[in-house]
Design a protein around this ligand. Structure first.
Ligand code: GTP
Ligand code: MG
Length: 305
């Protein structure tokens, strides 16, 4: 079924990174081509031993909307996306999208993201956790961890987004041109959070649309539990840095007022509301952190998938 065409559909590039996705590749490319025939697809394959890269070449020979980059060895999702973004930015694409190869991100919903770009968004995230979003066939432990992780991230960063780890996205090229790819954090999939947080902090228009995320049917996940610890560590660090900056700004704003108050009234003791608020956020973050650690331990000790 073809989705409605959006203003920028014919200058849109959908980047699909692959590692050992031989069953999924023909399915996902067919679905994208059917749902949104105008958009171009870029497969970024890391020399998959199962022949995904060779199959991508065969498919691209028969389809001028399908392009392929081969990287020498498996080097992670961030590297694959950076290679894809650079390839797209060197050409004339106005919108660059991220999509998994395993069918978790329905090509039939891509138009929902692109429509929001048309309405002026710089980054649109296909979200599982805004109203109307859902996950299908996800093991309870994965869903729990993902939800909890996102609650933690949202509390730590205060970015106002529900699903900052999501990997179904559409970016306007101006935002990607602004981002320094070399600065992005490479711990697991945390670069997704990093990208969204930078966009929010720098005043770009970031929106979420509800999507249905479906667990992969074919092939294996490349995810392991180790990324969780690194990711939470990074997020906590950014949150603290960000809040310290906010607190510094607030103190700078408040100081002249307090000085004046002291001069005018002779009052010398001002209650520290700022200090109370900061320690409250810290306590809450500590609780979620403990819960996340339990979940990871559960995943590791058997109920992993
Ligand atoms: N090029 C490239 N692609 C990768 C690499 N790691 C993962 N991918 C691809 O990135 C997408 C997401 O990876 P998945 O293994 O599905 O990770 P996930 O979606 O977080 O995990 P599941 O929910 O278990 O599927 C898939 O299309 C993978 O083939 C990599 O190192 N290089
Ligand atoms: Mg997946």
């Amino acid at each position: 079924m073809t989705s409605p065409q959006t203003a920028l559909s014919d200058s849109t590039l959908v980047i699909i990174p692959t590692f050992n996705e031989i069953e999924n590749l023909p399915l996902i490319t067919k679905r994208v081509r059917e749902a949104t025939p105008e958009v171009h697809i870029l497969i970024v394959d890391d020399s998959s031993p199962d022949g995904t890269g060779e199959l991508a070449d065969e498919l691209s020979e028969k389809d001028d909307h399908l392009h392929v980059i081969h990287r020498k060895s498996k080097d992670g999702l961030l590297g694959a996306y950076i290679a894809g973004f650079k390839w797209g930015l060197e050409r004339d694409y106005q919108v660059l999208c991220e999509m998994d190869a395993d069918g978790s991100h329905a090509p039939e919903q891509l138009h929902l993201l692109l429509e929001e770009i048309d309405k002026g968004a710089d980054l649109v995230i296909g979200s599982r956790y805004v109203e109307g979003g859902e996950t299908v066939n996800w093991p309870a432990s994965r869903e729990y961890l993902s939800r909890l992780g996102n609650i933690y991230i949202s509390m730590a960063l205060g970015a106002g987004l529900s699903d900052m780890t999501a990997g179904y996205r559409a970016f306007r090229r101006d935002l990607l041109e602004f981002i320094d790819f070399d600065e992005l954090s490479d711990a697991g999939y945390i670069f997704q959070v990093d990208l969204a947080f930078r966009a929010v902090k720098d005043g770009f228009d970031v929106r979420e649309v509800p999507i249905t995320f479906t667990e992969r049917e074919y092939g294996e996940s490349k995810l392991d539990g180790s990324f969780v610890k690194d990711s939470l560590f990074e997020v906590t660090k950014w949150g603290l840095e960000h809040r310290t900056e906010q607190a510094k700004d607030a103190v700078e704003d408040v100081t002249p007022v307090v000085k004046k108050l002291v001069e005018d009234t002779g009052v010398t003791k001002v209650p520290s509301r700022l200090g109370e608020a900061t320690s409250y956020v810290g306590d809450l973050a500590g609780e979620v952190w403990k819960l996340a650690k339990h979940t990871v331990n559960d995943m590791r000790s058997g109920s992993k998938r």
